[in-house]
Design a protein around this ligand. Structure first.
Ligand code: PAF
Length: 305
């Protein structure tokens, strides 16, 4: 495993790998790697010749300084996980390497309009501009590649696909299924910050998603009713403060008048100090459109206990 901290060294290394015909896989992360990240790296390793894991806690995407400070960091373990999963390179730059003007923001940032106005974008102003800016920089450094992102951050995945398409970046964006704990909690680096009682309570997010999916599968077409079914489950857990629980169109993230075609159920809630998100996809019954590959509920992704 080679560890690179300089941006130009990464770009030159990947240029030479491509020149001898190797396919590059990119797995952008903020470190604190868990089994969800590991599944992204393993997928990249199965499809590419040279896999780069990037480990960079991107200050631009944190609105709240205390959230940034509390974000878990453990490069030593990240290197072990990356190597075990088969990565060839870990790119771990300093903040100054990525943003020479830091703490002043860079003059150029990337904003994906529309998609970022709702849900996570509305609750965390500026968050997706930070994500879009750092991902665009990583794509620029990596060059032609396949880049792997988890569906756990479903809106982020849509934002990244949009920016790659709109800016004609030579990157195939690959969405990968969410990996879950046995009680359904989606794996996230933030889970490490939950107290034991909060961790127990957090299982309710997936129960709420399941309740919403059950309603859609049973033929419920009114978003309001599906949203209420999810909110009711979350409301039964006093340690969980709901931000949103919504059924939206899976492509536009808008609330349709009636649910039809590919639907995405998305939840955000705060448990103690920790903000958690989750989502699953469904096809509204009666619709002729199939669920997009990799977008359906996948119970086989549950982590073995
Ligand atoms: O999902 C993440 O870990 C981050 O948002 C990403 C894509 C690595 C950008 O910092």
């Amino acid at each position: 495993l080679r560890v690179i901290s300089k941006a130009q060294e990464l770009a030159l290394t990947l240029d030479s790998e491509r020149a001898i015909g190797r396919k590059i896989g990119l797995v952008p992360t903020m470190g604190a790697l868990h089994l969800g990240h590991r599944s992204l790296i393993e997928r990249a390793v199965s499809e590419c010749d040279v896999v780069v894991v990037t480990v960079f806690v991107n200050p631009l995407q944190f609105g709240d300084a205390s959230d940034l400070a509390a974000y878990p960091r453990d490069l030593g373990t990240d290197l072990v996980v990356s190597e075990e999963a088969g990565a060839s390179i870990v790119f771990a730059p300093s903040i100054e390497e990525m943003y020479p003007s830091f703490p002043d923001p860079p003059c150029t940032t990337v904003h994906v309009a529309g998609l970022t106005d709702v849900l996570e974008g509305a609750s965390r102003p500026g968050h997706f501009d930070g994500v879009a800016t750092v991902v665009t920089k990583l794509f620029a450094l990596a060059g032609r590649c396949r880049a792997y992102f988890g569906e756990k951050d479903f809106q982020q995945l849509a934002v990244v696909r949009r920016l790659a398409a709109d800016l004609s970046l030579p990157v195939d964006v690959v969405g990968c299924p969410t990996i879950r704990e046995p009680d359904g909690l989606a794996l996230s680096s933030r889970n490490a910050r939950l107290t034991p009682s909060e961790r127990l309570a957090s299982g309710v997010l997936h129960q709420a998603i399941e309740a919403g999916l059950d309603a859609v599968r049973a033929g419920e077409r009114w978003p309001r009713i599906v949203n209420a079914a999810m909110a009711k489950i979350l409301g039964g857990e006093p340690l969980v403060a709901l931000d949103y629980a919504v059924a939206v169109d899976a492509e536009t993230f808008e609330t349709p008048h009636e649910l039809a075609g590919n639907v995405r159920l998305l939840i955000a809630a705060t448990v103690g100090e920790v903000r958690l998100i989750d989502n699953e996809g469904a096809t509204a019954p009666g619709s002729q459109e199939p669920v997009l590959a990799g977008h359906g509920t996948n119970k086989t992704n549950k982590r073995e206990s």
